[in-house]
Every structure is written in C-alpha cells, then in structure tokens.
Write a new protein. Sequence first.
Length: 277
Amino acid sequence: MSLITIDDEKCNRCGICVAECPERVIEMTGKENVPSVTEFGNDLCIECGHCVAVCPEAAFNMNIMAAEACPPRQPELFITLEQMEYHIRFRRSIRTYKKKPVPREILERLIQASQYAPTAKNLQPVCWLIIENREEVNRLGLMVIDWMRSMLNGESKPLFTEFMMKQIVGDWENGGDWICRGAPHMIVAHGPNDLPIPASESGCTIALTTLELAAPSFGLGACWGGYFNATANNYPPLRQALDLPKNHDPYGAMMIGYPTYEYHRIPLRKDPDIKWR
Ligand SMILES: Cc1cc2nc3c(=O)[nH]c(=O)nc-3n(C[C@H](O)[C@H](O)[C@H](O)COP(=O)(O)O)c2cc1C
C-alpha cells in the first residue's frame, strides 16, 4: 500500500509537490502530467509531510497524515521580522528561578512545539525526560558534585581545574547550586545512539535550542545544564539514576522554571565573523 495518496480531481498539476519533495519520491507522469509516487518512493519517503503541507489544493494525504488533520496556514499568526529579531536577541540563560513549579500542561505544550524542530532525515529521534520534582533535581545535582569531587585527585585533575570545579563544589558546600541553579525542573533530551546516521545528537541540541527560545513566550526561563549533561555522560551513578532506555544517550539537559528577575536590556555580542566568497 502506498504511503501517499493523491487525489486526481483536486490536483491542479502545478508540480510544486515534485519540486519540494526532499527525497524525490514524487514524479509527474503520463499525458495528464499527474503526480505519482516513484517506483521506490515508498522506501525512500522520510514521512516529512511536505507534499501534504505544500499542496495548495489539499490533494495529498499520507497514511500517517491526512491533509485535513494538518493545521492550516494562518498568516495572522506570523511574527514580524522586528519581533523575531528582538526575540532571538532578548533570549537569556536564566539562572534564578521562583520556587513555583510549572504546570505539566505548560511543559507539555512547550515540548510539543519543540518537537517541530528539524531532525536529520526526519527521524525525530528526540525523547524527553522531565525531572519534575525539585528535590529530585537537587538529588541529581548532588551527583554532579560527587563526580566533581571524585575528580579532585588523579588523572582528571586538569579537567577539574579547567572547568572551575573547585569553585563549583565550594559553592555547593556553602548552600549554592551552580549545577541546576535551584531550578524546579530539569529537562533531559535523549535518543538512540545506534541509528544509521547520527541524528540524535543534532536532534536533541536543536530541539533544546528551540525549547529555550520558545520558553519566554510561555512566561518561562531556561538554561543549558552543561555540567549536568557532561556528568550524565561520564558518571555511571547519574546515568543510572536517569534510567534511560539501554540504547539511549543523554544529549542535552536544560533547567526550566519561572524566572525571578526581568532583564532590562540586551547585552552585546561579538559581531559575526563572516567571509563572503
Ligand atoms: C552547551 C551549553 C552548555 C551550557 N552549560 C551551562 C551550565 O552548565 N550552567 C550555566 O549556568 N550556563 C550554561 N550555559 C549557558 C551559557 O553560559 C550562556 O549561553 C552564555 O553565557 C551566554 O549567555 P546567554 O545565553 O544569556 O546569551 C551553557 C550553554 C551552552 C550552549
């Protein structure tokens, strides 16, 4: 059975589906110039839904994606160039959070949006672990400190010094939290480490980047948990505590919660280093 069905009567033969299909699985054939799926199209199709989404006549349906189930184009919801530019520049890593937890529905909606980030070959390998309980976030944060303490001596000492671990451990001992920043929740993006192409790492990074960028529109703030994720990849006790599927690796962690403070201006960044050829 074909993955894609094309309604001959609705199709206006414009050929946009052929031009936009990333895997070239649609062709125009016969005198009538009707689009159809190529001989190996069903095997090559990555189920990205572009044919369904780009067809002006809603002539395409996929067995996993009916045209009428796909949300329509709504130009009134597009954001302006100024809004987009400002939003990207105004994003900040947030490191002080209110104690108030974020309702599950809000985190779910944020993740639903982030799920639309691009993934290699549309594999959509990203899975999400949400550490919802603040005490659990803190318990896992302590494991990061344990890992750092274990590196104080021996071969890993240069790493310990380079990444300011002495200060981080000292800060923890004085009641601070350089690891999870007191965030009420931690989101870990993970995915299979045995895919034919390495889609999980880029997929998780891009999805978390999207999530961080979307967070302010939900009234939320976020910050990458770089130390947390490095520990999850290098310290078996934290890895075990995350309890991910056997063939999964953690590819990124992000703190999330309601920000305590508002930012009043945008800090400056380096000019981009661009070469034109
Ligand atoms: C991969 C990655 C890991 C990071 N890890 C941490 C971290 O563990 N703790 C932290 O406070 N900030 C972390 N950050 C945030 C950076 O410090 C921050 O992006 C940078 O200082 C610029 O600030 P801005 O995000 O507000 O522009 C990380 C950022 C990235 C991209």
